[in-house]
Design a protein around this ligand. Structure first.
Ligand code: CU
Length: 115
């Protein structure tokens, strides 16, 4: 009987691991692109977080993370559309500048905290 119990426990543990993955598809944070501003203008995240940018304007916006274009290159967000980015688990904590390359005054700070 003992091997059967072991298999059951292993399967149960496997299911337990599946649910955090399903939850990870929900963004950790939603940032609005509204009136040609980032809202909030200070975006606080942790490595591994997911951010969804919602363009509430009727104009095109773009997203670039200065110095970390490998994380956010130049991503265009259509009017009324969304774009989701994932902060890499190995991303160094610190403050980064997030720009819309279309509108020069449209900037935000991305503050990556310790995990
Ligand atoms: Cu813009």
């Amino acid at each position: 009987m003992a091997p059967m119990v072991t298999i059951f426990v292993a399967t149960f543990a496997g299911l337990g691991f599946a649910s955090p993955f399903a939850g990870a598809q929900q963004p950790s944070l939603i940032v609005a692109l509204k009136n040609h501003l980032f809202e909030p203008v200070l975006v606080e995240v942790k490595p591994g977080d997911t951010i969804r940018f919602d363009n509430a304007d009727d104009t095109l916006h773009s997203l670039t993370l200065l110095g970390r274009e490998d994380v956010i290159g130049e991503e265009f967000v259509d009017p009324g559309g969304s774009y989701t980015i994932h902060i890499p688990a190995e991303m160094a904590p610190g403050t980064y500048e997030l720009d819309c390359t279309i509108h020069v005054d449209m900037r935000a700070k991305l503050l990556v905290r310790e995990r």
